[in-house]
Design a protein around this ligand. Structure first.
Ligand SMILES: Nc1ncnc2c1ncn2[C@@H]1O[C@H](COP(=O)(O)OP(=O)(O)OP(=O)(O)O)[C@@H](O)[C@H]1O
Ligand SMILES: [Mg+2]
Length: 509
């Protein structure tokens, strides 16, 4: 139940309870006040009847005992001698005595003779009476007055209370609903802001700059919550700024370090190469050492290049957009792969007409090369590798797939696959000279193109699927994880032509 509904219901319930208590108290009070007044009248009426009897030699025949003077309409007078009713009558509205039934007389005979008024039901026609019985000589005198006026006024008050409580209930519900709604509106604004923040992708430090709760009056509870919430948003914003600054510093450091390392590495490599060329006179061990220096410097250069590329991709630089013929890139990569490892069966499955997307040709080439190289280097000889291009299954765009029939990737390693320096089998990877940056670069390049990479792997079937949008400008602006930089981006996307039936081109050699 919402807080608002609970508050309204509580207020209404309180109003009903208070009204009911007041109403019930009023009815009980009225009833007892009126009964008290009737009791006083009965006492007077009894005195009058006693005096009348005494004055008229009670019990003497010929005296009309049923009409003691001064009694009001409705007064009941009964006179019993030895349990036998002598006179029993009720005065009508003109003061004329009217007889009562035998059952009423019997009911009166049972009244305690102590002078205290009590309520008796005299049956239909007469109803309930307040009566008191006293001894007058050998006889018993019973005098009573009707309770009908008391009941009638109690019923009237009851209905008045019901109507007033009903009206109060209605008014209380309306007023409570309006007041509670108005009072909770600031709280709703705080809740709305909180859920807006919860929905926001907090990828930029300025994301929270425009989000603030308007209610910050410290005199109200909600205002205090609002200002605390705003302070919290401020803290989060500055923590994100600090994190962004430190990430930026790390990126800058990696970019600068890799850049600076390139020149000395080129010198090491150059001198090693030079020594190898003139190495005729050198001992064999030295020649071997120099060749190791050369190959390791080549490996280190490629690692440094990869690190520099990743740092620049992180900064959103490095991508130059233009029309790229993906089919050509795939065929080149597959031919290179075949040349590099003839023991693998390499196939392509591309449409006969060129598939053109907007992107950076060199970086996309690197994506394909990295995936195909993985399929070559991390699988045994004889593995079948298929590189395919097809219309995307998950929206407009192109799906580039690299499938191999190797041993597959450990499912526990899959979630870390695209992390930097992640290698499933580090001992084997070291022997093949891998660094674990290839897939991180694939991921970064594809994201910079507004695309995504997926992998599914089981023994005998590992598939890397790169989804590339045809128009990266739209995808980059829509995707939250993509760096913003896109210098030299082509104005219009070259639409891929899928009209031709995809032809399976087999380049198996
Ligand atoms: N097709 C594949 N089959 C089996 N394992 C793979 C495949 N592709 C990648 N892997 C595993 O994922 C790891 C990470 O691959 P990634 O390309 O990022 O790095 P690498 O190939 O080890 O090094 P680098 O590409 O930087 O030279 C690899 O070390 C390998 O264990
Ligand atoms: Mg690799």
């Amino acid at each position: 139940m919402t807080l608002r509904r609970r508050l309204v219901l509580s207020i209404v319930a309180l109003v009903v309870a208070v009204s009911a208590v007041i109403g019930a108290g009023s009815i009980i009070a009225l009833s007892s006040i009126q009964t008290g007044a009737i009791d006083k009248q009965i006492t007077s009426a009894t005195h009058r009847a006693q005096r009348y009897l005494q004055q008229n030699q009670s019990g003497q025949p010929g005296i009309d005992l049923s009409r003691p003077s001064g009694q009001s309409a409705g007064t009941l007078t009964a006179y019993f001698v030895d349990g036998q009713v002598v006179v029993a009558s009720v005065l009508d509205e003109y003061g004329r005595p009217g007889a009562i039934t035998q059952s009423s007389a019997d009911a009166l005979d049972k009244v305690h003779v102590d002078g205290d008024p009590q309520t008796v039901d005299l049956g239909s026609g007469i109803g309930r009476y307040r009566v008191s019985a006293v001894n007058v000589g050998p006889a018993v005198l019973v005098v009573g007055l009707p309770m009908a006026p008391v009941y009638s006024s109690v019923w009237s008050l009851f209905w008045v209370v019901v109507i007033v409580v009903g009206a109060a209930l209605l008014a209380a519900s309306i007023v409570a609903a309006v007041v509670v709604r108005r009072s909770l509106r600031p709280l709703e604004r705080v809740a709305e802001t909180a859920s807006t923040v919860a929905r926001m992708p907090l990828d930029r430090s300025d994301a929270l700059d425009d989000v603030r709760v308007p209610d910050t009056d410290p005199r109200t509870e909600v205002g205090r919550v609002g200002s605390a919430f705003n302070r919290m948003l401020g803290h989060i914003g500055s923590a994100m700024q600090a994190r962004e600054r430190s990430e930026q510093k790390v990126r800058q450091f990696v970019a600068d370090a890799s850049h600076e390392l390139r020149t000395p590495l080129a010198s090491v490599r150059g001198y090693a190469e030079l020594t190898r060329r003139m190495g005729g006179d050198l001992p064999k061990d030295v020649v071997y050492a120099m060749s190791r220096i050369e190959s390791e410097s080549i490996r280190m250069t490629s690692m440094v290049e990869d690190l520099l590329l990743l740092a620049r991709l992180d900064e959103g630089r490095e991508i130059q957009f233009a029309d790229v013929d993906l089919t050509g890139l795939v065929l080149d990569a597959v031919n290179d792969a075949h040349a590099a490892s003839p023991d693998h069966v390499t196939e392509v499955d591309v449409p006969s007409s060129p598939v053109v997307v907007v992107g950076d040709a060199a970086r996309l080439h690197q994506v394909i090369v990295n995936l195909v190289t993985n399929a070559r280097t991390h699988t045994p000889e004889g593995t079948r590798i298929t590189v395919g291009l097809a219309p995307s299954q998950s929206g407009p765009g192109v799906d580039l797939t690299v499938r191999d029939t190797g041993q597959g990737i450990d499912p526990e390693f899959l979630p870390k696959l695209f992390e930097r320096f992640a290698r499933a089998d580090s001992s084997r990877s070291r022997t093949v000279g891998s660094t674990g940056l290839g897939l991180a670069i694939v991921d970064a390049v594809v994201q910079a193109h507004g695309g995504s990479v997926e992998v599914t792997s089981e023994p005998g079937d590992t598939v890397f699927t790169v989804h590339l949008p045809i128009d990266p400008a739209a995808a980059v602006s829509a995707g939250p994880d993509v760096p913003a930089g896109s210098a030299g981006r082509a104005a219009s996307a070259g639409a891929a032509d899928w009209s031709a039936t995809p032809a399976a081109v087999d380049t198996t050699h």
